[in-house]
Design a protein around this ligand. Structure first.
Ligand code: FUL
Length: 459
């Protein structure tokens, strides 16, 4: 019996360590998403600061016409799939009436202390079929226990409230910033305990931090992932807040130790919080399109910050840009070129299994039986057709494998290279100036294991 137990344990350990660099079910589910909102809201919205001091009076938080449903409807109309709110930023102010703090909505004038932003926003999300996620900063410039061993438990208690009272949470976003608290001390964060709390209370939620465990920071706040971007990374000895690892976070490592795809967080405005003076500095739809191609189009999910204003509404300027950006995406990706399975050649031959590439389902895969690390897919467009881009998706259940590929077009006379790339991952989108061609060829030139694709789309 003891031996049986021992071998089961050993077996589990082996399977666990082998599967570190393969995606979990929760990561695969998260990779079905692509684009959702970040929303920074709190005392800073009213004090015009980015980092509140934690000493601001609670009354400062007083949105005059809060309407979380307006946020959610705006985000939904913009094609976003959910929203993550700053439940608690560095100033320690809780957007819900936490029992473990005296710096919360309850102490404010807003709704005579009876308000709860998390309640209003989570309800609006439920009503509109949008996902709801929370950002929590362990750094707390207000809490008297910050900087003592006790604080880690305070943070867990707060987390517990947030994760148990507002229904399903799709993502928990831990900010790695670690500064001083009111007593001038820094805190040693117990991330193991924080993560275990999330796993226990919301087992389907992905956990974000600089170093995962489920999804990682992309190493910058300007909105781009590396042109080469591996979901896998060798980060065994790293910790949240570590300096000097930005480039590696941006690109990952081929066949790295842990599977931790990137999430690209960037703000639609210069700051994370609303500032009146930035109303004319909202990014343009063209800038957002560029960000989209460099985030969603480079094996990441885009977390676009759109901060509510002092009324507690999404400002008109931001809404307008979000809708223009949606129209631009529809124009680019809305008109897929129809490809029939019978017009696909794999390594020069017809292959009935190739239909998995165009069935609109990224849970089905195509890989060549020859187990080679190269692959050629030729699409016959039947007549001269104007093309302007492509999306390729790897089948990731077996891991991310592809290292280099190129796209060629046949203009009726000869084949020419249109574009090329390195990694693919969840989604690789490449665009080009409109080009009329009869055939298009995708050449996987190198992969460290069998290349497997789940989907392709030509625009
Ligand atoms: C950073 C914070 O310091 C910023 O205020 C912002 O919340 C950004 C998303 O994360 O670490």
């Amino acid at each position: 019996m003891r031996y049986l137990f021992l071998s089961i344990t050993l077996f589990c350990q082996t399977v666990f360590s082998q599967s570190q660099n393969l995606p979990s079910k929760r990561q695969l589910d998260w990779q079905k998403l692509s684009y959702y909102a970040f929303t920074h809201f709190g005392p800073n919205t009213f004090t015009d600061l980015e980092w509140g001091h934690g000493t601001e009076t609670e009354d400062i938080f007083n949105p005059s016409a809060i309407d979380c449903e307006q946020w959610v409807k705006t985000f939904k109309a913009a094609g976003m799939q959910g929203v993550i709110i700053t439940a608690k930023h560095h100033d320690g102010f809780c957007l819900w009436p936490s029992k473990y703090s005296k710096h919360t909505v309850r102490e404010s004038k807003w709704k005579a202390g009876k308000g709860d932003v998390l309640r209003e926003l989570s309800n609006a999300c439920k009503k509109n079929g949008m996902k709801f996620g929370v950002y929590l900063s362990p750094w707390d410039r207000n809490h008297p226990d910050y900087g003592t061993e006790k604080y880690n438990q305070v943070f867990v208690d707060m987390l517990t409230e947030v994760l148990t009272n507002y229904g399903p949470i799709f993502e928990v976003w831990f900010d790695g910033a670690n500064g001083e608290g009111p007593n001038g001390k820094k805190q040693v964060y117990d991330f193991e305990l924080f993560n275990a709390t999330v796993r226990k209370l919301q087992p389907n939620a992905v956990i974000f931090s600089d170093v995962g465990p489920d999804i990682r920071w992309v190493g910058n706040e300007r909105g781009f992932a590396g042109e080469t971007n591996w979901a896998t990374i060798n980060n065994q000895s790293w910790y949240a807040g570590k300096a000097g690892i930005e480039k590696q976070l941006n690109e990952g490592h081929e066949n790295g130790f842990a599977y931790q795809p990137t999430e690209i967080d960037v703000s639609i405005r210069p700051g994370w919080f609303f500032h009146e003076k930035e109303n004319e500095k909202v990014k343009t739809a063209d800038q957002l399109m560029d960000i989209y191609l460099k985030s969603v189009g480079r094996n990441g999910n885009l977390l676009l910050n759109v901060p509510p204003d002092m009324r507690g509404r999404i400002h008109e300027n931001d809404s307008l840009v979000l809708i223009n950006f949606k129209e631009k995406r529809d124009e680019m990706f809305g008109k897929k070129i129809k490809i029939l399975a019978q017009n696909i050649l794999i390594n020069g031959k017809k292959n009935i299994l190739a239909k998995a590439l165009i069935d609109g389902n990224n849970s089905t895969q195509f890989f060549a039986k020859n187990k080679a690390n190269t692959l050629e897919i030729e699409l016959n467009l039947l007549k001269k057709t104007e093309t302007k881009g492509i999306m390729l998706r790897e089948y990731l259940n077996n891991g991310q494998h592809i290292k280099s590929f190129e796209i060629e077009g046949f203009d009726g006379k000869e084949w020419n290279q249109i574009t090329k790339g390195t990694t693919i991952g969840n989604r690789r989108i490449l665009t080009w100036k409109p080009l009329s061609i009869n055939k298009l060829r995708i050449k996987i030139l190198d992969a460290f294991d069998v290349p497997r694709l789940s989907e392709l789309e030509v625009y």
